[in-house]
Design a protein around this ligand. Structure first.
Ligand SMILES: [Zn+2]
Length: 714
């Protein structure tokens, strides 16, 4: 895994005091220096007194005083200690050695990991006999350290080269990179995508969102860095974490792309940019919000090529469709769409506009901003945060006498007044509000200062909706008839014929596929108008709706459950106040062991369970992918040669899955030799263990893998 050290942490991890040399070695070093006439007796005395008084190493002291050159001092020190000396040219670490020894350990002890085999890790140091450094290396790599000597100046240079600031970005980029072609549009800098890994990472994170069908990308500051989460099918799924030292580079890049002010961090900002992903123009709306850990950025990803839907393709039942169509076919009145963020309000508004454009009417929309373009509609982008301009634009629009006016959202009483008046005086007005259901949208209008009698008279329809996921037909769990009836009775419906299954390839192991709306469409009859005019409360309006035969969202959703289209769990999730993120928190670390050999699995399981880990098992690569996707283990230990799907394919598959891209992988293999390191790295694995393994070796590796992950343990 990548090992990240923030600037602050780097400063706080002070370099440790230099360990004292054993007296015999020190006197050997001194006598060699004198014998080779590199130093005089009196000079040596001065340097020795310094070391005794102030600590530090004698080699460094004689160099600091200018008595001996660094090269001479360390050449003699190598002889005195019997350690091999390595010059600058040979201070080149292997990629796996770097992965095994985190940057914080290397910098803390000023050492450089060089290479490793199954049992040992060779490292360069300028401080012989540094027991603490060796203990840390053992802990981090699960191997026995073997030190070689190098000059401090060479070591520092090699360290900076081995752990450059952006090394982690390249690593993340490898894991997020997708095959899409990406073009930036008009970002105002001349950088080409390949010029900087930061730019590339930012672009690929958006392209990934498009590929997996995510509606939003969340960048959330945490103490460990910036957590990236994608909203897919209404649910937030965790992806990578950007290390703290790279976080501001990424956030600033997005702010530059979105034309937000990168100097402003303490107040919310809005912005937007466009990327062309595989030839499709993708609009991204960006908003920032200061939090106690730093700025949180949310980006809405809008595929502008998505054609406006017809009313018929929205997925409403016939009764609701008829109600909505009749409201839209009136020449005037207010048609309001309501629901929480992400419930598909915009889609409904656009399909309503699409339904209305006949070429014979003047349709104007005022939007913040324009999300999709529709031919035949005059779309006016307005930034609603910029004070009075939204209302001012609305007033100008109304002077142009539109037949149909669409206002993206009613956010304040000024806009509500204009919209209400227009609907009352002969225009067809479409808009949206943010309320739980149709009845509470009416009280919202009244709270925004609209007169009850005007609302009662001009209201044509209110559509409230949620998006609900359909069960995956390939893996859904069918209930037998007795069970179905019992479950149905418990939930107030006829039957619950099916629930979500364990997940499969075609549903990304969620048990669910694409979403469909469940809507309630309120078209007020005389009784309801009477209630509204007399300032009825939301519950009173709800009761009147029920009496008028208008079904609630929950009733429609339960009908879909009894038809086997969705599950009770999904209905409870969506029609509960707020969706929550998926993911386990805390607790026991889980290790997935995948090997076709039962004995190996049993051994690993026994060993790890005794250490308090939870162990999951799989027999082949296909299991590895499926179990990893379903169970989200903390570590995957996997054999390479297996029937059906081998370890190579399985690791590649997990790496392609966004949510598994950072799962640490340890390869279990019987093929030792020089090729193993290259193969492990090509696979994007984090370490390997040679079979047959010794229990202590395996345990040390597993512990080390978790230590590298767990930044709290230094
Ligand atoms: Zn499925």
């Amino acid at each position: 895994m990548a090992n990240h050290v923030s600037a602050a942490e780097r400063a706080s991890v002070a370099t440790l005091p230099i360990p004292a040399m054993p007296p015999s070695q020190r006197s050997r070093f001194e006598s060699l220096l004198l014998k080779q006439q590199l130093i005089r007796d009196d000079e040596l005395l001065i340097a020795s007194e310094d070391v005794d008084r102030l600590g530090g190493s004698l080699a460094d002291a004689i160099v600091a005083h200018g008595f001996v050159t660094e090269a001479d001092a360390y050449a003699v020190l190598a002889i005195a200690t019997g350690m091999a000396f390595v010059d600058r040219v040979h201070l080149v670490p292997s990629p796996l050695a770097l992965r095994l020894v985190p940057e914080r350990i290397a910098r803390r002890h000023t050492l450089l990991p060089l290479d490793e085999d199954n049992r040992t890790l060779r490292y360069a140091t300028s401080r012989p006999f540094d027991a603490e450094a060796e203990r840390d290396i053992t802990f981090a790599s699960g191997r026995t350290p073997r030190g070689v000597l190098a000059m401090p100046s060479d070591l520092r240079a090699a360290l900076d080269q081995a752990y450059p600031k952006l090394g982690d970005i390249d690593f993340l980029l490898d894991r997020v990179r997708c095959g899409a072609s990406i073009q930036s549009v008009d970002i105002g800098d001349s950088a080409t995508p390949s010029e900087s890994p930061v730019i590339e990472l930012c672009n690929h994170m958006i392209a990934r969102a498009v590929q997996v069908g995510a509606s939003d990308v969340h960048l959330e500051p945490t103490l460990q860095g910036v957590a990236v989460r994608y909203r897919i099918g209404g649910i937030l799924e965790s992806s990578i974490t950007i290390p703290p030292e790279a976080a501001s580079l990424i956030l600033n890049r997005y702010k530059v792309m979105g034309r937000a002010d990168i100097a402003v961090k303490h107040r919310p900002q809005d912005g937007g940019f466009r990327l062309i992903v595989d030839g499709r123009p993708i609009d991204v709306r960006l908003s920032t919000l200061p939090t106690i850990n730093g700025e949180k950025v949310v980006m809405r990803v809008i595929d502008t090529r998505t054609c406006p839907q017809t009313l018929e393709s929205l997925g409403y039942d016939e009764a609701n469709l008829t109600r909505l169509r009749s409201a839209l076919n009136r020449p005037d009145g207010l048609v309001l769409i309501t629901g929480p963020t992400g419930c598909g309000k915009t889609t409904v508004l656009y399909s309503a506009l699409n339904h209305l454009r006949t070429g014979h009417t003047n349709i104007v929309s005022v939007e913040d901003p324009v999300e999709r373009r529709i031919a035949g509609v005059n779309q006016i982008p307005v930034n609603s945060r910029s004070g009075n301009s939204f209302a001012a634009v609305l007033r100008s629009v109304l002077r142009q006498d539109p037949n149909v006016l669409m206002v993206g959202e009613i956010r304040d009483s000024e806009v509500a007044q204009i919209v209400g008046q227009a609907a009352y005086t002969g225009q067809l007005v479409l808009s949206s509000v943010h309320t739980a259901d149709a009845a509470s949208a009416i009280t919202r209008l009244l709270n925004l200062g609209l007169e009850p009698f005007k609302v009662a008279e001009s209201l044509s329809a209110i559509v409230a909706q949620r998006l609900i996921r359909r069960l995956c037909i390939h893996c859904l769990r069918r209930h037998d008839s007795v069970e179905a009836v019992l479950l149905g009775r418990a939930n107030g419906i006829d039957a619950v014929p099916a629930s979500a299954g364990r997940g499969c390839e075609s549903c990304r192991h969620t048990g669910y596929v694409e979403r469909m709306p469940v809507a309630e469409v309120l078209v007020p009859d005389d009784r309801i108008r009477h209630h509204i005019a007399h300032g009825a409360t939301a519950p009173e309006i709800r009761a009147a709706m029920h009496a008028a035969g208008c079904r609630s969202m929950r009733e429609r959703a339960l009908e879909l459950v009894s038809l086997g289209v969705t599950s009770i769990d999904e209905v409870d999730r969506v029609l509960a106040p707020e969706a929550h993120a998926v993911g386990r928190t805390g607790g026991t670390k889980r290790v997935l062991i995948v090997d076709d050999d039962r004995i190996t699995r049993m051994l690993v399981k026994l060993l790890l369970e005794r250490e308090g880990y939870e162990v999951l098992e799989g027999e082949n690569g296909r299991h590895a992918v499926e179990i990893a996707q379903r169970e989200r283990p903390d570590l995957l230990i996997i054999d390479l040669l297996m029937p059906e799907m081998d370890g190579y394919q399985a690791i590649e598959r997990t790496r392609r899955d966004l949510s598994l891209a950072t799962l640490p992988v340890m390869v279990l293999t019987s093929e030792d030799g020089p090729g193993i390191e290259r193969r492990v790295l090509e696979l994007g694995a984090d370490d390997y263990v040679i079979k047959p393994f010794e229990p202590v070796v395996l345990l040390a590796r597993v512990r080390a893998a978790f230590r590298r992950l767990d930044r709290a343990v230094v």
